[in-house]
Design a protein around this ligand. Structure first.
Ligand code: SF4
Length: 393
């Protein structure tokens, strides 16, 4: 097959066709997502933060609940820290929600509660990087600000046939430039696009739609595995498709091997209360609640030994409760939970005693929330316990 030169000069006719094809496809195929029914920058911002590292179908109920409970920047800024963590419980990467609140406080204090429209002011907010600032400014304000995340990198490296690793500094800069040229191009074609079939319900929001079309194409058509090239609106313009290099792009190099980590947790019950603790600030999952536990990846001690080591007392009646498996970034975590009969544990150092009703409004890490469910599902004495989703024997 004859090779084609990657089209990085976006002033060529192919660029017009590329932007027009993306806009036309988006107008006809965009999913009806709740945050697409508003241009409120606060609502768009919350959706973009939640969507980092998280799938759309997972985010929808979290986003709806957040907007119901904290409908304005002011309400997010003044919410109790327990409340924002509880609303985020299950989404993971909790630094996101703490930064979101810090940024809401800056918007209230520095911008009088009005979300800034200036790209640099948006970028200066805590937790907002170049991608998120570009997404908010383009989607909420229809500004020609580029976006580049994993989905967009995949789409652009394939369309333009870029073989270099996109994490490389120069290649990354080139991709940002391409993304910028595309969205600027979209902003300039508004006047004639409005006469063509690219017109959408939102009239002339072409910067917004162009950026969202790249995200949407990456999510629905140009997927990491089994991309739907034959159904793709830009297949005639796509270098990777034309040169049969789709599977080879993007060239992300060798993936770091997954790292296994093993934890043991103890469920200690005393007069209907359980020993739990809150993770301190400055560490992963800070402020979230959990059962006392420790990383035993290196030594792999028995549960009894681990208990003795943690609490400096002899354990009584140690019983396996459940095993939770969980993946986060490159870590494959296994958490084994054991029940232990009530002990003379000095709760001040080990944690605090809470009833199930008191624990319910607290935000637990996903793995420990599963342990909590396993505790609630324990059978009456003499009956076999049913397995819960996410746990194993
Ligand atoms: Fe992606 Fe295939 Fe479309 Fe190219 S033709 S953009 S590789 S889905």
């Amino acid at each position: 097959m004859a090779s084609r030169t990657p089209n990085s000069e976006l002033r060529t006719p192919n660029s017009n066709r590329l932007v027009a094809a993306l806009l036309r496809w988006f107008a006809a195929n965009a999913r009806d997502l709740p945050w697409r029914r508003t241009r409120d920058p606060y609502a768009v911002w919350v959706s973009e933060i939640m969507l980092q590292q998280t799938q759309v179908k997972t985010v929808i109920p979290f986003w709806e609940r957040w907007l119901r409970e904290l409908p304005t920047v002011e309400s997010a800024a003044s919410a109790h820290t327990d409340k924002i963590h509880k609303l985020w419980e299950g989404l993971g990467y909790y630094t996101r929600v703490r930064n979101l609140q810090k940024a809401a406080q800056v918007v209230v204090e520095k911008h009088g509660g009005k979300f800034p429209e200036n790209f640099d002011e948006v970028l200066a907010l805590p937790g907002i990087g170049r991608y998120t600032a570009g997404a908010i400014c383009s989607i909420a304000f229809n500004q020609p600000t580029p976006i580049l995340d994993g989905n967009v990198i995949r789409v652009l490296t394939r369309i333009f046939g870029i073989a270099e690793n996109p994490k490389g500094k120069e290649t990354n800069a080139k991709l940002w430039k391409l993304a910028e040229e595309l969205v600027v191009h979209a902003s300039r074609i508004t006047h004639y696009a409005a006469k063509s079939r690219t017109r959408t319900k939102d009239e002339n929001d072409f910067c917004s739609h162009l950026n969202q079309s790249l995200m949407e194409l990456g999510a629905l058509v140009c997927t990491p595995r089994n991309p739907q090239c034959l159904l793709c609106p830009v297949k005639k313009l796509c270098v990777a498709f034309g040169e049969n290099r789709v599977e080879a792009l993007p060239n992300l190099g060798k993936r770091a091997a997954a790292t296994a980590r093993h934890f043991i947790a103890f469920v200690v019950e005393q007069e209907g209360k359980f020993l739990v603790r809150q993770r301190p600030a400055g560490i992963v999952n800070a402020h979230l609640w959990e059962f006392p536990n420790a990383d035993c990846t290196a030594a792999r001690p028995r549960a009894e030994e681990m208990f003795r080591d943690m609490f400096k007392i002899e354990p009584v009646d140690v019983q396996w409760l459940c095993t939770v498996k969980h993946s986060i970034t490159r870590y494959r975590l296994t958490l084994e939970a054991f029940t232990v009969a009530a002990q003379k544990i000095r709760a001040k150092t080990a944690g605090v005693w809470k009833t199930p009703a008191q624990m319910e409004p607290l935000a637990f890490t996903s793995a420990h929330r599963k342990v909590l469910r396993a505790v609630a599902a324990r059978p009456a004495p003499g009956k076999q316990r049913a397995l819960l989703p996410g746990t194993s024997r």
